[in-house]
Design a binder for this molecule. Structure first.
Ligand code: FBP
Length: 273
C-alpha cells in the first residue's frame, strides 16, 4: 500500500467501482434481468455517473469500448478472470499485462486472489508481478480477495473476511475488495486488519433498494471505504436511480431513509428504518 496510489479511483478517499466482468465470470445469464447491459456502451454510460469512481472491465471490453469514454470514465483494468465454465479448483487466468492496460488508458489494476485454493501460491506470485508492474506505472492496485477452494466451505465468515483484508495489506494492495461478512462488527474487524489500506465491499447478488442500501450503510459505518458493485446496479431496471442512492450513502453520509428519498423509492420495510 502506497499512500495516495489509489487517488485516481477515489473521491474524498472513497470509491464506488462499477464492476463489469460478469460476462466472463458468470456468463450471459447475468444480463438477463436487464438485457441492455449486455452492451458495454450501456455500462460505460453508467460509469460517467458522478457516483462512479472507476469502471472495472476485462481487456476485450476495454480495448473495444474505452476509447469512446476515456474523458468521462476512469478505467480499472481487471487483469485476471475465469469463466464459469471452469470446473476445477478456483484459479484465474491472467488475461492482460499491466503494460498493455497502461496503453489502453488504465489508472488502476484489479486482480483476484483465491486464498486457500490449491492454486494460491501461483496466484499470489502472479499478483506480485502485476503489483510491481503497477507500481512502475503509478497505477492503483485493487485486490479481489476471495478465499475459496477445497478447504473453505463458507468463504464469508468473519475470520475469513478479516484474513482476506489482511492478505490485501500484506501483499501490497491499495484497496481490497471483500464480501460482506454478515455484521457491522465483523466488517469493522476486517477493516482493522487492513490497517491503513482500504477496504471496499463487494455488491453481491441483486437485493431490493432498502436491503442493499442498508448493507452498504452498515459497511460504511463499520469503516469500509466504499463499494465495488456489479449486479446490484446493472441488473436493476433503473441503474441510474440506485447510483443516486449509493452516492448519497457513500459520499454524502446519508441515512438509508434519506437515500431512498433521493431515489424516489418507497421503503420495503419502513419499521427497519
Ligand atoms: P457483484 O457486485 O455483482 O457481486 O460483482 C462483484 C464481483 O467481484 C465481480 O467483479 C465478479 O464478476 C463477481 O463478483 C464474481 O463473483 P463470484 O466469483 O463470487 O461469483
Amino acid at each position: 500500500m502506497i499512500p495516495h496510489a489509489d487517488e485516481a479511483i477515489t473521491r474524498d478517499d472513497k470509491s464506488l467501482i462499477l464492476a463489469y466482468d460478469h460476462g466472463l465470470e458468470h456468463g450471459p445469464v447475468d444480463f438477463e434481468p436487464n438485457p441492455d447491459t449486455a452492451d458495454p456502451d450501456r455500462v460505460f454510460e453508467l460509469g460517467s455517473h458522478d457516483a462512479v469512481t472507476a469502471v472495472a472491465v476485462q481487456k476485450g471490453i476495454a480495448e473495444g469500448y474505452y476509447p469512446s469514454y476515456e474523458d468521462d470514465v476512469t478505467l480499472l483494468a481487471k487483469l485476471n478472470g475465469t469463466s464459469n465454465l471452469w470446473m476445477g479448483e478456483p484459479n484465474s487466468a491472467v488475461n492482460w499485462t499491466v503494460e498493455n492496460a497502461v496503453e489502453v488508458g488504465a489508472d488502476a489494476i484489479g486482480f483476484t486472489v483465491y486464498g486457500g485454493s490449491n492454486h494460491e501460491i501461483e496466484m499470489v506470485e502472479e499478483f506480485r508481478e502485476a503489483q510491481e508492474a503497477a507500481r512502475e506505472h503509478d497505477l492503483g492496485v485493487v485486490m479481489w480477495s476471495y478465499p475459496r477452494g477445497q478447504g473453505l466451505k463458507n468463504a464469508t465468515t468473519p475470520s475469513t473476511i478479516a484474513y482476506s483484508t489482511r492478505l490485501g495489506l500484506e501483499l501490497g494492495a491499495d484497496i481490497t475488495k471483500v464480501k460482506y461478512p454478515g455484521s457491522p462488527e465483523a466488517m469493522n474487524h476486517a477493516v482493522t486488519m487492513a490497517a491503513d489500506s482500504k477496504v471496499v465491499m463487494s455488491g453481491g447478488s441483486k437485493t431490493d433498494d432498502q436491503d442493499f442500501l442498508s448493507t452498504v450503510r452498515a459497511a460504511m459505518d463499520a469503516g469500509a471505504d466504499g463499494l465495488a458493485v456489479g449486479r446490484n446496479v446493472f441488473q436493476r431496471e433503473n441503474p441510474e436511480q440506485i447510483l443516486d442512492g449509493l452516492e448519497a450513502v457513500i459520499f454524502d453520509e446519508a441515512s438509508v431513509e434519506a437515500a431512498l428519498d433521493v431515489m424516489g423509492s418507497e421503503p420495503t420495510n419502513p419499521d427497519a428504518l
